[in-house]
Ligand binder design. Sequence first.
Ligand code: FE2
Length: 419
Amino acid sequence: MPCAKRFFSIILILVLIVSAATVQAASNESPARGTSAPAAANTVEPLRIADGPWLQAPSETAVTVVWRTNLRCVSEVEFRAGETEPWTRAFSAPHGLRDIGHLHAVRLEGLKPGTPYRYRVVSKEVREHKPYSATFGAEVRSDEYSFTPLNPAKTAFSFIVLNDRHEKAAPLRAALQNIRWDGVDLVVLNGDMLNYFESEPQAFNAIIAPCVEAFAKSIPFVYVRGNHEARGMLARKLMDYFPTPDGRYYYAFTHGNVRFVVLDSGEDKPDTSPEYSGLVDFDRYRAGQTEWLKAEMQSRAFRRAAFRVLLIHMPFNVIEEDKAQSYGRKYIRDRWAPLFHQAGIDLMISAHTHRVSVHPPQKGKWNYPIVIGAPNTVIRGDAAGNRLKLTVAEDNGTVRHELEIARRAPWWHRWLQMN
Ligand SMILES: [Fe+2]
């Protein structure tokens, strides 16, 4: 064999050996957190609950349990009040078809407000699914966890608000470890927890895993969408991971003496900005939200609550020298702020600016305090009777701001004054 030919033959053999070794190594790797495993037929990995469960969309009578399995499964939740009642089963079957997949979300309904429940998630592998038959594999059942539905009659409770963590999981874990969890019934993630949503592991590594480790198996969290969560291909799937009660990012719910109103401030730039490539429609979306907000502010639950707390990622400008006044924030200032002012909001909790600040009411502009959290702050709300106390602290516990809000005059008193 000529020398050159022999040389190229040796090179070819080496390349083939290296390629085979690479393929073998890749096949031995476990799927990364939040990635889907390959089809079940060739599976060697045993079925397991890969992430969660985490609690979402709490209400007085319902909560949604979400979790992920490493293999494709059909799933259900077993739950019961207390520890001795018989187990009730719940599963998701939209349009008459039971969900099959890796990500599972089951709404538990018909719950009793303020009653402690036990639950466990159950998943069964669907190995093969043909038009007229299915082959099932192993079944996995989680440990038992507890939760308590919201309760408008509760006299005292606490809530936590975090925001703008931008996928920094280590500081988030540290902050969650420092929280005093006694009395906390609810956690709010007030937007921009992600930089954008392009791949499943982003949500699992940056948000879900730290929350599940710290609290989310037993305490629900409410995801307030930020402008960064509206970016990336998976932004359109955000609701699959963080479902809301009725499939919208704006809604309201009551716990204790507080009516929480969640708004979606959308993107910060105009819809026509080149960054969005003509793929967003936030003007019309916000206009629809305005109509919903007007109706919510007329609702009995809103008007009769002792405190009305607004959760919104982007605040309108609160200081004159605020130069970073984006299109979205101007929209909120012009269209929504007058409604907040008129409706009797008691507190607005925002994020987005990356600067912690507390703003007292300004005559003629806003008649309620505004609290803006930073990427390294934890806001704690303690509601009891006619007082709502807010503590804004850094992750290490250093208190930056404290304020206490007293209940306003009852609705009928204000109504008499207006008429
Ligand atoms: Fe933001």
